[in-house]
Design a protein around this ligand. Sequence first.
Ligand SMILES: *[C@@H]1O[C@H](CO)[C@@H](O)[C@H](O)[C@H]1NC(C)=O
Ligand SMILES: *[C@@H]1O[C@H](CO)[C@@H](O)[C@H](O)[C@H]1NC(C)=O
Length: 443
Amino acid sequence: MLIISPLLVFLVLGTAVPSAWSKLHFKFRGLPYFDSLPVLKSRHHSMALCCNSPAPRQVIDPMISQRQPLYFTETDIEVDAKLSTVELILKYGFPAETHYVDTTDGYKLCMHRIPRQGARPVLLVHGLMSSSASWVQLGPNSGLAYLLYLKGYDVWMLNTRGNIYSRDHVNRNLPDSQYWDFSYHEIGTYDLPASVDAIIDKTGQQQIQYIGHSQGSTAFFVMCSERAEYAKKVSLMQSLSPTVYLRENRSPVLKFLGLFRGGFTMLIQLLGGFQVSLHTPLIQQFNKHICSLSESTSRICAIFEYIICGFNWHGFNQTLVPIIVGHSSQGASAKQILHYAQQQGQMAFQRYDYGGVLNLLRYKSLLPPLYNLSLAQSNVHLYYGAGDWLGSSKDASQLQNFLPNCIGNTKIASDSFSHFDFTISMDVRTLVYDQVINQCERY
Ligand SMILES: *[C@@H]1O[C@H](CO)[C@@H](O)[C@H](O)[C@H]1NC(C)=O
Ligand SMILES: *[C@@H]1O[C@H](CO)[C@@H](O)[C@H](O)[C@H]1NC(C)=O
């Protein structure tokens, strides 16, 4: 049944099931699908995107935040949807810098910074398919990066490998199948250590603070397990939707994909290629889970990550749809999604499962090795939402039990608070960020 039911759904989805596996294999070895947004097509223009910011305008003193308009005008909404992270920051009168970091496995990452020399550095790491823009898109009154800067922090924002700002590799001829061969394992093992080191190096500070949303949290715990010395470089880690144990996962897409353990070729077919295609028929089949008929005309209802992670229609300001859409779906690999799909329904936080034989070759064991959470020695504060498909209170408690220095486990005071509400809710400042900043002040 376990094998038959996904096959049935597969047929129902209307995706052609090729007559033989060999055909499929041939197809994907040679020609992965890369039919996503035009802007996502080239891996090699991200540096340009990262750098091409307009000449800085005169920077007003943002400490006087009262001058910031409380609301977006119609023009703001239209314009902000198209601006890059740096352009957004400059537009609102804050200073912005771009820094490049190479990982030891050759990925070139772009970090954005709202610099405050000599101040305590805090690193913000976005979630699945997002970018540094998730910390500024709500504007100076609700964007966490601005709020932290105004409190006196030196704010750094990472763009993890594969998103539109970080899509280069030292080997420009690396085939796409190899470039996109990563999950949050590699983000935790390579991207995070490289960016932590870059901040410590540039600022001369001994320790940093860390705030991660979704995958930005998952990858942090991977980093601590694989590169334990980095836990000591982080005095406080605040986890917005920890996304480590997904035993109570409520995402229909992850449940569905979770049935395919090991069937990588078929999964690649479903997701549209090594780089996830945003127009995969799979996602269209599931969008009714986040949108009712009356809402289904909104562009939100076609956004990959909202369909996977869930969406709270009443939590965000619907006037801002263009901004949110404009900064969504910033790139992901199929393997990132599959690693989460493997994790769902399980009580194990472990490395990517290649299937028995391949696991033996890679890991010298039939099952993937578990990540060792007792190595996450940093102080950790967890925040979870009751309406988050990827995080229940049980999953958060479970994580808390495994962490050696968990200093808090907070349920957000709103029953429907969902996965992306941590970055787009209209009440995110009062519900989450004020607490997060208070916690920062204590470390
Ligand atoms: C939604 O955002 C618009 C533009 O910033 C603003 O005018 C409106 O008052 C907001 N609505 C709510 C409910 O916050
Ligand atoms: C996890 O790390 C702790 C602390 O170093 C160590 O004592 C323990 O043996 C490790 N567990 C596993 C399963 O490797």
